[in-house]
Design a protein around this ligand. Sequence first.
Ligand code: ADP
Ligand code: MG
Length: 260
Amino acid sequence: MSDGARLNDYALSVEDVSIRFGALQAVDGVSLQLPAGARHALIGPNGAGKSTFVGLITGTLRPDSGRVLLGGHDVTRTGFSARVRRGLVRSFQVTSLFSEMSALDSVLLAIAEREGRSARMLRPLGRYGAFVDEAGEILRSVGLIGVAKRPVSDLAYGQQRVVEIALALAARPRVLVLDEPAAGIPAGESTRLFEVLEGLPAEVALLFVEHDMHLVRRFARAVTVLAGGKVLAEGTPAHVAADPAVQDAYLGRRGAGLHA
Ligand code: ADP
Ligand code: MG
């Protein structure tokens, strides 16, 4: 550890962040800590402030107050790329960016980016073979090796979302933040996507926004519930699902979604 970070620092520590959009206090004094290896779900009704909170973590938004720390380093005032250099990765929108390329080439490009080189420079550097091997390993680990050479646009939607996970893995994240990674994926395929996430390297801290309480119960070890920009509850999936305040926040808006 260098320049001020301590060994016992959280992978991600969000301290009392707030942001308002005009009259709307979208996030209101929210704190959240992720140790290495966290599998943490962020849930809450529509409009609760989940995506805004994710934007504050990834650097697309700056809080009006509060701090964001990665590995003990204050990144509150830095942009997205500075946070990526500190090990923060969020999912790419592969569906528009890389659709003509194969999954293999897409992952190779992400590896090249991690290495700070353009894909064109990989060959002369003589490490192309090693990167192809690594890309193959990543695609094998997420179950896409069989379709590695097909254009991403030819893949099923659920598989395209898994390609996004593969691209995120190529960046070797310490903290991975996913806002509704399974959105729009048929139920069977979303379980598959979460099984991929379950197979992440053990030390990666994962924060994910997810509506499906089946998936949260199965894959999260800790949960933070947001409502109206504030933390309504936090704890294990079973603990928050049994919390009457949490059930109230969901009932009437999304049905009995928490009783799954
Ligand atoms: P969630 O992801 O939990 O559904 P969001 O974080 O997207 O909620 O939104 C929280 C609230 O902030 C909503 O009322 C939304 O309309 C509002 N909001 C989000 N982004 C902006 C923005 N850029 N400008 C104004 N209002 C916004
Ligand atoms: Mg959202």
